[in-house]
Design a protein around this ligand. Structure first.
Ligand code: PSU
Ligand code: MN
Length: 315
């Protein structure tokens, strides 16, 4: 069998040297934006991480190899290619065995980041408990992953395409700290506040790093959600966005959309209903989260926190 897992040399060297590295996912880029916008977003993420003093490590699947630290051309291949799989935990082995290209979700990116020894990962929004869960049992694998894999995920909360109160309950059950970054409520992606209180708050990157370090020192194996509201000027009108989301959830139900197709379907409908606005906000918050994630990794390095040891026998 071909190599199923690979860490780019530059990323491996940085991790070994204890230098700050931020993992980045590819599903939000490849399935969240049409090309060529997806390429601009990828470049923006790369630049933000570097400007904040860390090394970016995009994660994705290239012809069946789960790769940490994609080259620019490889990110472009996933961002513009057709037939790129959306790969979550349950899809990793199939993608590897069949030699497919795939963009990794939050769950799959966490797995790869942890295996590489990267402690912090930036994304847009995490998956969660879907509205109508009583009938569908649709709960994103992202939540289970957060419950079992010790990677801190910097995000703008979750979109209200989800059932946010139930998403918070689920994270509580799985023992995942949800930490407001300079906020007391869960951000809801396009808007800065959901009105749902978060259990913990940090006011800067140093405080976030201390919390991550304490979680590790205690030997707790859950991930951490660092919930960072999008920049003030980028927030969308809450009434308008809620209407777009209601419409999207209704049409998904009518069309019988479920499983892994549901999240991308809802995101497309919301983008359609808001014109370019939702995409602009999405791009801005991704880049903003990448900068904060880099600040946190720099602070972690300052605390002398080692990345997780590299697993044996990988090349
Ligand atoms: N939520 C967003 N934007 C996204 C996603 C979720 O606001 O791009 C993507 C992420 O990659 C996330 C995945 O991990 O969708 C969750 O999909 P599912 O609900 O099928 O687990
Ligand atoms: Mn699902």
């Amino acid at each position: 069998m071909e190599t199923v897992f690979r860490i780019a040399d530059e990323v491996r060297d940085a991790i070994s040297a204890g230098a700050p590295v931020v993992a980045l996912e590819t599903t939000a880029v490849a399935h969240g934006f049409p090309s060529p916008r997806s390429l601009e977003v990828a470049s923006g993420l790369d630049r933000a991480v570097r400007e904040h003093g860390a090394l970016p490590a995009f994660v994705g699947v290239l012809a069946g190899t789960v790769t940490v630290g994609l080259e620019r051309a490889e990110v472009e291949r996933l961002a513009t290619g057709s037939g790129v799989m959306k790969v979550s935990r349950r899809d990793l082995a199939a993608a590897a065995a069949t030699g497919r290209d795939g963009a990794t979700t939050v769950a799959a990116t966490m797995i790869a980041a942890h295996r590489a020894g990267i402690a912090v990962f930036a994304t847009g929004g995490i998956g969660g408990v879907h509205r109508g869960v009583d009938e569908t049992l649709d709960i994103s694998a992202d939540l289970e992953e957060l419950g079992r894999t010790p990677v801190a995920v910097v995000c703008a909360g979750a979109k209200s395409i989800l059932d946010l109160p139930r998403t918070m309950e689920y994270l509580e059950t799985r023992g995942v700290p949800v930490v407001g970054y300079d906020t007391d409520t869960l951000p809801a992606f396009y808007v800065r506040e959901s009105g749902i209180a978060v259990p913990h708050r940090v006011d800067d990157a140093e405080a976030a790093a201390r919390l991550i370090a304490a979680q590790r020192a205690l030997g707790l194996t859950a991930g951490i959600v660092v919930a960072n509201p999008l920049p003030e000027g980028e927030a969308l009108d809450p009434v308008r966005i809620e209407a777009a989301i209601e419409g999207a959830v209704g049409s998904a139900r009518a069309a019988g959309i479920g499983g892994k197709e549901l999240t991308p379907y809802l995101l497309d409908r919301v983008a359609e209903a808001t014109g370019g606005e939702s995409l602009a906000a999405n791009a801005a918050l991704l880049v903003n989260n990448a900068g904060v994630a880099a600040d946190i990794t720099v602070a972690l390095a300052g605390l002398g926190v080692e990345n997780a040891p590299l697993p044996r026998g990988e090349g």
